[in-house]
Design a protein around this ligand. Structure first.
Ligand code: ADP
Length: 684
């Protein structure tokens, strides 16, 4: 028996490995099984180039648990290790055997490079003692047993082993007993080893017999050693891609599209990315893409490796050129990773572009599901916008789709305002904004439907990108103000009429929380509705942005501001004005006279004080001024009270207000109930 010290400078390498090297202890299994797979692959390579002429035999790698002995054993029938190799590759841990091998078999070695550095030593994360029992493929080799209890000391001795290959035996530490549970282990095998290129067996297949699960004689193979992404796209059918998707995500709906990636130069990358079908507005699931390195599972966090918007996709990426076990920030600056990310973006946009070009019908049918990805991509990645703007679609309120360019051509003539700005009209809800959409359509305008979760942001972005264009929601103002084609007609109202209408309608708006109304009399033509409620585009957008963006809560707290536009051309409104004039005159005339008189006195006082400094004005004068202003306010309040009293008795005013609110889904509770009762009265 030989004894020795493991060739590292620090005495305490194992506690370091155990605590800091890997955050996740469970990866020991991945490391050991992939070493076994590497050893098997190496043997196959040697055999194929004639350097090994013996029988290959069954190359299945076996993982076994012995609950009594508290061991986990990983066995392979690969190349095995000689005493010298153990010394070189295991004892001198700074040495990585893969380099030697790669140097020797450069052209065949691609698939067999171990990329995990201190892989083998990760066994000490869960084991208090590790044994290697191994016999090299080389003729005349003796089997050897290496044993180490976690201190830098090891023993090595000859032993009996009939077959070529390696058994790694872990004596599991007391605080890691969980790994002796069959379920835990099979879960880990599923996670890390599902697609390893050599068959992996874990126990025996089970079957149901007499109501019980019993073991059969057949090995329980836990992996698919020839997964879809490693196969040629030409050999694969749609069904294969769908089946593989189901294997990866058993709970998901069928994917919309997939993209098979396969590059050899200037980096290696294979994989399949799927566009999943997402139920709109639900929380989007990032981190569904699994990252592999030569079919060994590494992580499901691909942030930093693929552009942010593509983390929404599903599927598998496999590349030995992505540095592992490094920090994310390092990853982002790695030039290979950058190239990979650019390549994937290009592939994704090429694929979308080609579906759009070759099968526009299918593209349009799936647009609703696709647009979340495309919009997110355009918002977050300039180079993707440049590609996607050719196939990104607008949808109008009738469900018709247009490319940005087609839509521009469609509306250019009719929706350019007097200043040469192109106005894009949109609705956020087809039902709630029905009346506004109809009004716009009657003018011959087109209205887009922007009801997706990212649409507000897209509107903002496109306004920056499109020249001399802006977007406005159909209920942002009355239609003639949304697209102003000519200078406004002069107001046809007589003095005081505007004030009267404002006071009358204002008094009849029901109390609403967090909503403020501004009354705006306007001549809109006899055929337009008597009352329209609009909401300023600017304030609404600010509030919407506040909901999705931090630091804008100020806007979120503000009440909603609405305009209640009273159409002074409408016969009903005209009727109210004439009726008000005759029925309020008796009360209003003296108030009006008093107001005018008061106004005069204020003017006189103002003139007298003109040019004087504050200290030159006497206290008496100041008091007088204050009294006059107070009087003025009182008179105004009295006037408003007269209008309000009139309006309260006028069923038409309240009815018109309520109808406009109703049309916007804003009439609720008591106000709605009163409206119904009043309506019944009116038709009786
Ligand atoms: P890496 O796999 O990155 O080289 P490891 O620490 O996992 O690093 O392994 C060190 C070396 O030990 C390997 O390169 C390989 O030569 C040898 N080795 C490990 N496991 C086995 C095995 N099951 N069969 C044969 N050789 C092995």
């Amino acid at each position: 028996m030989q004894k020795g010290n493991i060739g590292v400078t620090t005495e305490n390498i194992f506690p370091v490995i155990k605590k800091f090297l890997y955050s996740d202890h469970e990866i020991f299994l991945r490391e050991l099984v992939s070493n076994a797979v590497d050893a098997t692959q190496k043997l196959k390579t040697l055999s194929s180039i004639g350097e090994y002429n013996g029988e290959l035999g069954d190359l299945t790698v076996h993982v076994a648990v012995d609950k009594e002995k508290e061991t986990i054993t990983v066995s392979d029938h690969g190349i095995g290790l000689t005493t010298e190799e153990i010394d070189k590759y295991i004892n001198q841990i700074a040495f990585s055997g893969a380099n030697d091998f790669l140097e020797k078999y450069k052209n065949d070695a691609n698939a067999i490079i171990g990329h995990f550095g201190l892989g083998f030593y990760s066994a000490f994360m869960v084991a208090k003692k590790v044994e290697i029992v191994t016999k090299s493929y080389q003729e005349g080799s003796h089997a050897v047993k290496w044993s180490c209890d976690g201190s830098p000391e090891f023993t090595i001795e000859e032993c009996d082993k009939a077959e070529r290959g390696t058994d790694i035996i872990l004596h599991i530490d007391d605080d890691c007993k969980e790994f002796l549970e069959e379920n835990r282990l099979s879960g880990l095998l599923k996670k890390y080893c599902s697609f390893l290129p050599v068959s992996i067996a874990f126990g025996k297949k089970k079957e149901w017999k007499d109501g019980k699960q019993v073991e059969t004689a057949e090995d329980n193979i836990i992996n698919d050693s020839n997964p879809l992404w490693t196969r040629k796209p030409g050999d694969l059918k749609d069904e294969d891609y769908k089946n593989f998707y189901r294997e990866l995500y058993p709970m998901s709906d069928e994917p919309l599209f997939w993209i098979h990636l396969n590059v050899d130069y200037p980096f290696h990358l294979t994989g399949v990315l799927y566009f999943p079908k997402v139920k709109s507005n639900i929380e989007l699931n990032k981190n569904k893409i699994q990252l592999y390195c030569n079919q060994v599972y590494v992580t499901d966090s691909v942030e930093g490796i693929v552009p942010d918007f593509l983390t929404l996709l599903h599927g598998v990426l496999d590349s030995p050129d992505i540095p592992l076990n490094v920090s994310r920030s390092y990853l982002q600056s790695d030039s290979n990773v950058k190239k990979i990310s650019t390549y994937i973006t290009k592939k994704v946009s090429d694929r979308l572009q080609s579906i759009f070009k070759n099968d526009r019908k299918q593209f349009e049918e799936k647009w609703n599901d696709l647009k979340i990805f495309i919009n997110y991509g355009m918002l977050t990645q300039e180079d993707f916008y440049e590609r996607a703007r050719n196939f990104a679609l607008f949808t109008d309120t009738d469900g018709k789709h247009y490319t940005y360019e087609e839509y521009n051509t469609l509306i250019k003539e009719n929706q350019t305002d007097k200043d040469g700005n192109l106005v894009y009209l949109y609705a956020a809800n087809k039902d709630e904004q029905y009346a506004y959409i109809e009004t716009a359509k009657n003018k011959g305008y087109s209205v887009l439907l922007m009801d997706g979760p990212l649409d507000i942001a897209i509107v903002g972005m496109l306004e920056q990108k499109f020249e001399k264009s802006h977007f406005t929601r159909v209920d942002g103002d009355v239609i003639d103000n949304l697209i102003v084609k000519e200078e406004k007609k002069a107001d046809t109202l007589k003095a005081g009429q505007s004030e009267a209408l404002t006071a009358i309608f204002k008094s009849q708006i029901p109390q609403m929380e967090k909503a403020e109304f501004h009354i705006q009399p306007m001549a809109m033509g006899e055929n337009s509705q008597p009352i329209t409620i609009t909401q300023s585009e600017y304030m609404r957008r600010m509030k919407e942005m506040a909901n999705i963006q931090a630091g804008m809560s100020f806007y979120g707290e503000m009440p909603d501001m609405f305009n209640l536009v009273v159409n002074t051309d409408h016969p009903l409104v005209k009727g109210i004005l004439t009726d008000e004039e005759s029925s309020c005159a008796a009360k209003l005339t003296p108030l009006q006279a008093a107001l005018e008189e008061n106004e005069k006195q204020i003017d006189v006082l103002k003139k007298a004080q003109e040019g004087k400094k504050d200290e030159e004005i006497s206290t008496d004068e100041k008091d007088e001024k204050e009294a006059l202003h107070k009087k003025q306010d009182e008179l105004k309040t009295q006037k408003e009270a007269v209008y309000a009293a009139y309006a309260a008795d006028n069923k038409i005013v309240r009815q018109l207000v309520d109808l406009a609110l109703l049309q916007n889904g804003m009439l609720k509770g008591e106000a709605l109930n009163k409206f119904v009762t009043r309506s019944i009265e009116l038709i009786k």
